[in-house]
Each structure stands twice: as structure tokens, then as C-alpha cells.
Design a protein around this ligand. Sequence first.
Ligand code: CAA
Length: 394
Amino acid sequence: MATIEESTGTGVSFALTDEQKALRELAREFAEKEIRPKEAEYDEKMQHPADVIAKAHEVGLMNLHVPEEYGGLGLTAFEGMLVGEELNWGCSGIGTSIGANGLGSGPVILFGTDEQKAAWLPPLIESPILCCFGLSEPGAGSDVASLKTTAVRDGDEYVINGSKTFITNAGYASWCVVFAKTDPKGGHKGMSAFIVPMDAPGVTLEKHLDKMGQRATDTSAFALQDVRVPVENRLGEEGDGFKIAMATLDMTRPGTAIGAVGVAQAAFEHAKAYAVERVTFDMPIAMHQGVNFMIADMATEIQAARLLCWQSAWMLDQGAGREATLYSSFAKRFSADMAMKVTIDAVQVFGGYGYIKEYPVEKLMRDAKLFQIYEGTSQIQRLVIAKEIFLPRG
Ligand code: CAA
């Protein structure tokens, strides 16, 4: 079978169209005017950025991939890269809050029936409501198939019981795609996915988690006790849940990866500016090889990560299906680890000043860490990559 590279027959261009340049410009301007002025305060207060989300919604920087027939912009994955980098350059806590509807709505966009899409997607476009992705549990994060939440069929309804944690935006979401076992003994084949309104009786928000970084993004835990949803809220068939989760993550991991690039780009810009300004031994520290080599490596690795993200988005836009899995994990693994290294080095360039909150790079270092954990740790990305290399795809 031809690979994606072989089948297109067209050359690769990195030139953006005028529309793509304008989109990136809009996102950069939004990040400068609406996000940057608030990033430190919202980080400190762990404040949910409802006001910024509402503005992002108003100017069309949210729900980018909702298809046009459901009122959305229907932007490509590649165009999502241009927006995601800039918003996360502004602040990845606020950027993640704005972007996380992509993960929440992903299963509906990919696997919903026309009726489900018509019921759940247009409201996201009409007002700045949030949705979330209810996969992780207190005892099941990396090992998705071991989750314990159950959904038992009772006539035309399912009754859902369990706990979810580490769920982005759950504390403010209107609905959640909850993954639960319809066959608790069936391993990954016993899992199904349900759209659950967060105000359904039996859904209880347990806590907003107090995180190290990306503190402006709400990350919450909630319980489901005898929560009833109609059968129409099940996505796909019983037993499709695992594949729905994996295919959604294939689609969203590049978007998360480009967020890490945005954070690293911000750290690089701060480090570069400081290196020119700060003088030691009678010269700007940018003149010392120990510093300028660090900055040269930052620039190189940021660009490498950006290109991996762009390629993984391009694969999705070609309709690559399972072929995209490998590239999504390449992008997520490399970008997350790169952002961690770049932000640590940015703190190093700032020296003592880098370690105190008055300067911006310590926040970026805290923020970068989360990219190595959520939407699949860097170790899970390596596991996916190794499986794709050594095992034939199902
Ligand atoms: N697309 C479609 N099908 C897939 C798939 C994919 N990307 N990956 C695997 N599958 C299929 C396999 O082909 C296999 O199919 P068959 O049953 O037909 O053989 C089946 O699914 C099982 O696959 P594996 O044996 O590879 O499954 P596994 O149990 O070993 O798990 C894993 C694989 C990669 C470790 C997976 O569990 C995983 O990705 N874990 C990380 C989960 C994750 O990212 N969690 C983050 C939660 S979201 C979040 O963080 C956001 C937030 O809100 C904070």
C-alpha cells in the first residue's frame, strides 16, 4: 500500500497562504492583547479565564475544527497549528483552556451520527460553552483499558457510575464525553463512550486540582453516581470506546504538541532578549559561547518540533487515518521534551533572575512540564511509536 508521502505526488511547501498568514496574525494579536497581560495574574490566582475564552470565541479562535455544516469554521488541522502556537505563546494555561474544546468535541466530530453532531456541536459555536474529555481516572491514566467507570444498559438508558480526574475544563464544562466499561471483563473491547451533560443528576464536581503549571486551565475531578443518559448519547457501538479515545488523541496530540512549541518560542524570545541586555565580564552574555550555543540549540529544536507538528497536522489533513498515529506521537513526544529542555535552558540563561517569579521564564518552565504528561506522557508516546515500528497495525 502506498504511504501518504508516495500517494500525493505533489511537492511540499512551507509557504503560508495569505489567509493562513492572516489567521496567524489574528491569533498573535489576540495573544498579545488579551492573553499576555493576564498570564501572570491568572497563573498566580489559578483563575479560570472565562473572560478570555469569551473573547476568543467572539473573534473565532475557538472550536476551530467544528465542520461548517454545524456552524463551525471547519479549519484544517494545519490551520489549527497556526492558532495553537500563538495562543500558547501567549500563555499555555489560557491557551489550553481555549483549545480544550477540540479534545472534548473530537469524539463527536469523528464518531457522532448526524443527529448527535446537530445536537451537540452548534451550541459550541453559538456561545462560549465548554466541553471535556472524560477518560482519565484516579487509577487509570496511561493504561486506558483498565478504567473502572461502568455504564449499564437499563432499557433506553445507560446508568453510569465511577470517577474521573485530571479532566481539563471539567469544572466549567456543559458536557463531557465519558468513557466507561459496558463490559467490565472485556478489556479495551469492553469500553464505550457517552455524551454526559455535566448538570445531569448524579454528576458531582469533586475538586479543582491545584497544579504546578498551566494554572489558568481548570483541571478537575468529578464523580458519577447513577447518572442516567439516553441510549442516543452513546457514540458508536458498545465496545467502540477505546478506539474512539485513541483516534481522538491521534487527532488532538499535534494540537497539544504545537502548544509546547508556543511555550518554547516564548522562552526563547525572553532568553534572547535577556542575553543581549545582560552584561558580564564586560560584554553581553550573548557573546559568551556557553550562552549563545544554548540559544542556538533552542532555535534549532523549536523549528524541528514545529515542522514535526506541521507534518503531523498535514497527515491528518490528508485523511491519513491510522498512518497519522505515528506522526502524532512523533510530534507530541518531541515537542513536549523539547519545550521542557528549552524552558530549563531559558531559566539558566536568566541565572538567579530566572528562578524568581518576577521574571517570565520560571512560569514557562512550570507550564512546559505538563506537555510531557497530559494527552499521553512522553513515555506513552515512545510506547506508541515503538508499537507502530515493531507491530503491524490493527
Ligand atoms: N487508533 C485506532 N485504534 C487503535 C489506536 C489508534 N490510535 N491505537 C490502538 N488501537 C487499537 C489497536 O489496533 C488494538 O486493536 P485490536 O483490538 O483490534 O487489536 C486496540 O486498539 C488495543 O491497542 P493496544 O494493544 O495498543 O492497547 P493498549 O492497552 O496497549 O494501550 C496505549 C495503548 C497507547 C498505551 C493507550 O492506552 C494510550 O494511548 N494511553 C495513554 C492515554 C492518554 O493519552 N491519556 C491522556 C488522557 S486525555 C488528557 O490528558 C486530556 C485532559 O483533559 C487532561
